[in-house]
Design a protein around this ligand. Structure first.
Ligand code: 13P
Ligand code: SF4
Length: 301
């Protein structure tokens, strides 16, 4: 069976759209209708006309699409593709922290559970986080779950007081300063591009810090040739496609998010064939989480 052809056929029959994050396997990115960073995919999921969304990414992404479009069927092909960082904050603890800081607004990274989104004032992604914090009507902000993105925002917006959660991405944590220094010493004119989920010492040595899409855009518009990519290796697929004559290096020969790599072609085929694995969100929680996601789309514009 030609899986790619079968997926295309089923997709038409079911009036479905396939969305894939840049960390997905190359063959998954190739069959997707849209590939992007978290913000772009969230926007496409919200605005698309298709009734079925096959979300090739991790659970919080598919849940965010369902929160924004409850009338659509949202499918997560790899049922156990989660995000360990999203699970580092639970809503009860967030509310406890809020009690200690009653004047603070809660801003959650989109990499969080639906319950945490429901108790947050606004959501953000790595590409709009700085703008959201600048635009939010509060001087004190509880930011969660990523302490690294949080401290990056604090550096960009020093006038606001950020109270940071202690979560982190287990994938980006593997990118070390030593590795980057070693690469810088051995490769001439090497440009360092890092995701804000990286540790501070890595961000500090980087020439540019941004979301996956921003990293791709930066490398593509740059006149330089050699880049060290401080994020998950799936992004190399798009980088190489857009820049066949440039050279991309990775720390440790590539760092991989095991959850993002769980989706394989047969899962996408089965998702379309059997309507699996459908995302369901409790309606009371969804309505509250919808507010924080919609505010992100308004404040982040
Ligand atoms: P972005 O694509 O928004 O940069 O997100 C990175 C990420 O870690 C998604 O899990
Ligand atoms: Fe979560 Fe990090 Fe994987 Fe993104 S790369 S899904 S933040 S563990």
């Amino acid at each position: 069976m030609d899986l790619v052809k079968e997926i295309q056929k089923l997709k038409k029959e079911k009036n479905a759209i396939i969305l894939a994050h840049y960390y997905q396997r190359p063959e998954i990115q190739e069959i997707a209708d849209f590939v992007g960073d978290s913000y772009y995919l969230s926007k496409i999921g919200k605005d698309c006309d298709e009734q079925t969304i096959v979300f090739c990414g991790v659970k919080f992404m598919a849940e965010s699409a369902k929160i924004l479009s409850p009338q659509k069927t949202v499918l997560l092909p790899a049922y156990d593709a989660g995000c360990p960082m999203a699970d580092m904050a639970v809503s009860e603890d967030v509310l406890k922290l809020k009690k200690e800081h009653p004047n603070a607004k809660i801003v959650c990274y989109i990499n969080s559970t639906t319950e945490v989104k429901a108790v947050s004032d606004v959501c953000c992604t790595s590409s709009n986080a700085v703008k959201i914090i600048q635009n939010i009507d509060a001087d004190e902000i509880i930011f969660l779950p990523d302490k690294n993105l949080g401290s990056y925002i604090q550096e960009q917006v020093p006038e606001k007081k950020m109270i940071l959660w202690s979560g982190y991405c287990i994938t980006h944590r593997r990118i070390s300063l030593e590795e980057i220094k070693k690469a810088k010493d051995s490769i001439e004119d090497l440009i360092i591009l890092a995701h804000p989920e990286c540790e501070k010492e890595v961000r500090d040595i980087a020439d540019f810090v941004g979301s996956t899409l921003e990293i791709i855009n930066y490398a593509t518009s740059s006149e330089k040739t050699n880049f060290l990519i401080g994020t998950e290796e799936g992004i190399l697929h798009e980088l190489k496609k857009r820049n066949p004559n440039k050279k991309f290096y990775t720390p440790r020969g590539g760092i991989m998010c095991v959850n993002m790599k769980k989706t394989v072609l047969i899962d996408v085929y089965n998702a379309l064939l059997k309507n699996q694995h459908e995302i369901h969100v409790n309606e009371d929680i969804r309505v509250k989480a919808y507010e924080s996601l919609m505010k992100m789309h308004i404040l982040g514009r």
